[in-house]
Design a protein. Structure first.
Length: 122
């Protein structure tokens, strides 16, 4: 009886963790505007687009203020001072260390805009 309860709780915890990290697309989510990137660290539409992409795909794990919500979730507040833009882009595309890959979820221009925006966080 106790073994079944522990197994059930572990399964529920795993399901909650996977659901909270945004690995699956939510069909009720309005897609991010398809604005093209305005250049490295560009402002205006690219920045607004990157913030929208972040809120729709990253906030559940990395937090509203880029602080990292759960233990093990990377704090992104100064990620641009630690990683290059290309390293950030690769991480978003391929995931790793618990982060899901987004190359099948986001368009290339969305990943570019998000990478530029995060690279400016120093």
């Amino acid at each position: 009886m106790i073994r079944k309860s522990i197994t059930l709780l572990a399964g529920l915890a795993l399901a909650f963790t996977l659901a909270a990290c945004g690995g699956a697309k939510n069909e009720n989510t309005t897609p991010a505007p398809d604005n093209t990137n305005q250049g490295t660290n560009g402002g205006g539409a690219a920045t607004a687009n990157a913030e929208t992409i972040y809120k729709q795909n990253c906030v559940s794990c990395h937090g509203q203020n880029l602080e990292g919500v759960l233990p093990g979730n990377t704090n992104l507040q100064k990620v641009g001072g630690k990683l290059t833009r290309d390293q950030i882009l690769t991480k978003i595309q391929n995931g790793g260390n618990g982060m899901p890959a987004f190359k099948s979820t986001l368009k290339a221009d969305q990943i570019d805009a998000l990478s530029d925006w995060l690279a400016a966080k120093k």
